[in-house]
Design a protein around this ligand. Structure first.
Ligand code: GCO
Ligand code: MG
Length: 403
């Protein structure tokens, strides 16, 4: 039995902060798990160091399910992003270890490949509709079959999803939260124009996605969904805040545009009603924020009963360790839909050497035993943690709004 003898949290900032858990066994096998919670990184790091790592020592690394239950039920305080990201990091690292000990890539342990590779979507964004279309055409030329479109809103200084850098989108940009201004009425005018222009320029063989980032009321979202129907969006993401899962019923009553939600969910309980009532089409929960591979599989299995597909979150704040884990998961689940792929910077890729690869609009986790990803600790040590917050959002009259 591989006994856990050491575990440590590695914090690094190769352009943005990442928190990684590395677990070591008595036979020298190691495993890694992502524990990054954007803008709240040190909370998870300390949860792991102070409260989780001491409980892992001496345990059998093969007992993934038992360790998961121990950390979830044993804490008494269940769920929440900090707890579930910490549990996810342990769970991911243990799957990595099991794969290495078996000499198999993790997707083989999850039942094997259900497809040859997994379709990913890239991010086309720009200040204007024209800039966005230009970026989308580049993605199309690179072979992407699915593209997310976000563009600036005339009359607003900044917009969600529109980056300063053409290639790398990074919303956590300041050591105190920056403030954005939002106008729903201005936004609702521009998105249908963007999709109309996109269909004219890109044709109909590419999937087009859009992220609303929790900013609309259900009835506003219903209106937007209806306006976009002629352009056949692949999905509308995070139309409205999902604390009230029932809100999606109202959107559904007004549009056939497919709905995706879940990047901020951390447990099956956050999406149980959404799934059982068939109020969504894609569930976006991820390995790192939803309790690891073990819990995400449970969410996917529930979703599968209702023909709801997966569409895991994959922004830059999810480290290459999470990306690798997501790809093993995606390759194996029967109800895979799409995987988000926001490319990491070359600095980040160097800190996390990985076996996964991109070709022809799709990705594959590679066939290295385990997850096929590691952290170069020497390189990581050269990038010191630097506090960075996500922005906040206010309406034009100063009222705090959803970001
Ligand atoms: C997405 C997301 C991101 C998040 C970010 C928060 O769909 O990729 O909405 O842009 O805002 O991951 O940490
Ligand atoms: Mg999103």
């Amino acid at each position: 039995m591989p006994r856990i003898t050491a575990a440590r949290v590695i914090i690094t900032c190769p352009g943005r902060n990442f928190v990684t858990l590395k677990i070591e066994c008595d036979d020298g096998t190691t495993g890694v798990g992502d524990a990054t919670l954007n803008g709240r990184e040190l909370a998870v790091a300390s949860y792991l160091t102070e409260h989780v790592i001491p409980c892992l020592m001496g345990r059998d690394a093969h007992r993934i399910e038992d360790v998961w239950q121990y950390l979830y039920k044993g804490a008494y305080w269940r769920r929440g992003p900090v707890t579930m990201s910490a549990i996810a990091a342990v769970d991911t690292a243990l799957w990595d270890i099991k794969g290495k000990l078996a000499g198999l890539p993790v997707y083989q342990l999850l039942g094997g490949a259900s497809r040859e590779s997994v379709m990913v979507y890239g991010h086309a964004n720009g200040k204007s509709i024209d800039d966005t279309i230009e970026a989308a055409l580049e993605y199309q030329q690179q072979g992407y079959k699915a593209i997310r479109l976000q563009c600036g809103v005339p009359g607003m200084a900044s917009t969600y999803g529109v980056s300063k850098d053409r290639y790398f989108y990074e919303p956590a940009d300041a050591d105190l939260p920056s403030e954005n201004v939002w106008s729903t009425s201005k936004y609702l005018r521009v998105v249908p124009e963007l999709f109309k222009a996109a269909r004219e320029a890109l044709g109909w063989d590419v999937h087009l996605l859009h992220d609303i980032h929790h900013r609309l009321t259900p009835i506003e979202a219903g209106r937007l969904g209806k306006d976009l129907e002629p352009y056949r969006p692949f999905w509308l993401e995070d139309a409205t805040p999902a604390e009230n899962q029932d809100a999606f019923r109202l959107i559904r009553q007004h549009t056939t545009s497919p709905l995706a939600v879940g990047e901020i969910f951390n447990s099956i309980w956050d999406c149980k009603a959404l799934i059982e009532n068939q109020l969504i089409d894609y569930i976006r929960a991820t390995v790192v924020h939803a309790g690891g591979i073990t819990h995400l599989r449970r969410i996917a299995a529930l979703a599968d009963l209702y023909q709801i597909k997966t569409g895991c979150h994959g922004a830059t704040d999810l480290s290459p360790v999470c990306m690798a884990a997501a790809l093993h998961f995606d390759l194996s689940v029967p109800n895979f839909g799409v995987q988000e792929y926001m490319r990491h910077t070359p600095e980040t890729d160097a800190v996390f050497p990985h076996a996964y690869s991109f070709a022809d609009g799709a990705m594959h986790p590679g066939d290295a035993p385990g997850l096929g990803v590691d952290i170069d600790e020497e390189l990581a040590a050269g990038y010191e943690y630097s506090r960075a917050y996500l922005p906040v959002n206010r309406l034009e009259d100063g009222t705090m709004h959803d970001w």
